[in-house]
Design a protein. Structure first.
Length: 176
């Protein structure tokens, strides 16, 4: 009888916790939002946002770390993210427990817009940097071509630059 009583007490405790922790919509949303204070959760959310962004825009792969930082600052840590996340958690909770036919999705409205604006700015910066790198490579190629130019006439680099040794200058002065 004692074992049966203990089992019933355990079942009641699990049921009460489940009612509070899982079935109570407000408590569920509160806990969901409270995990956002964790640096690990923020980092993971930012990493996932960056992964999705780079998978959609492979040209940004070299900027993935920067996108993660941007996602952490512009999205996850933004003042308006926690209330939007709470609303999304509440919608997901309703979908799970109210309608079996509604897919349970955690979609935070507005989070994509902030990241999209930052990624667009990063993409523009990447395009400018790529153009500058191309100009720099072209300038280096022209410099290499100019350095090779005197050799096509058998001149040394010093002679081509106008640097004449003292001995050469004396020979030229003496008419030799």
């Amino acid at each position: 009888m004692l074992v049966l009583g203990a089992a019933c007490l355990l079942a009641a405790a699990v049921g009460a916790y489940a009612r509070y922790a899982i079935l109570d919509e407000r408590a569920f949303a509160d806990r969901a939002v409270s995990v956002l204070d964790s640096g690990e959760v923020q980092s993971e959310a930012a990493r996932r946002l960056a992964d999705r962004t780079v998978s959609e825009h492979p040209e940004l792969e070299s900027w993935q770390t920067r996108i993660e930082d941007t996602a952490a600052i512009a999205v996850v840590r933004a003042d308006d993210f926690a209330p939007a996340f709470r609303a999304a958690a509440t919608r997901m909770h309703r979908a799970i427990f109210s309608d079996a036919h509604t897919p349970a999705q955690l979609i935070v409205p507005g989070s994509g817009a902030a990241l999209r604006a930052e990624v667009t700015a990063l993409n523009d910066k990447l395009k400018r940097l790529t153009a500058l790198e191309k100009l720099h490579e072209a300038a280096k190629q022209r410099a290499r071509e100019r350095a090779d130019f005197p050799n096509t006439f058998g001149l040394t680099a010093e002679a081509a630059n106008g640097s004449v040794s003292e001995a050469s200058a004396k020979k030229a002065a003496n008419g030799m």
